[in-house]
Design a protein around this ligand. Sequence first.
Ligand code: 5RP
Length: 227
Amino acid sequence: MNSPAPTQDELKAQVARAALAYVEPGTIIGVGTGSTVNKFIEALATVKDSIRGAVSSSVASTERLRAIGVPVFDCNEVGELGVYIDGADEIDGHGHMIKGGGAALTREKIVAAQSRRFVCIADASKRVKVLGAFPLPVEVVPMATARVIRQFSEMGGNGVVRLRDGAPLVTDNGQHIVDVTGLRIERPHDFEMMVSQWPGVLTVGVFALQRAHVCLLGTPGGVETLT
Ligand code: 5RP
């Protein structure tokens, strides 16, 4: 009898374990945010004494890393990191991603920019041909959200301020998130550069400039490594 197909959770755990191969002993690593990264942090607990510590992209990941005994450093205390390990909401065949489903996109981009190599860990449902089906998160200074939403609507996008418990979600950086549907992002690089320049936009959740160099994709047939 065939064994049942692995759940999305099992696929996440599979890629999280595979990512340990990219953790170099004696180094400080960059750690992202989200449910897949939470699995990675669980896996990291088994080798935690072999690394010097981590730089984290969110308060939530910092707490989890400290809970397993990994020292967490501020970005400004350390130089270039060898590797940054994080999930994605969508990833295309060139390593371009949509990120920010967990509202941590700004710090994720900062830590990714400080790292030589971005290793994306994701289950197969995240792989797309063209970015845009997942609502694009954009971190925006609160006084600019209505204008930013109008700018997206001029290009066919429908933006809404993300809520938590009925009020605008406030990020770790004290800002709001606008989630934009209805986009088809054919040229992620140009799109990221354009939206990043809009006044009030702190970070757009397209990661093309900080693309993934390696993607560990969890599939029912095992982990696929895309480079
Ligand atoms: C958080 C992120 C996450 O990496 C992304 O949302 C994927 O999350 P998950 O692993 O839970 O599917 O960008 O801001």
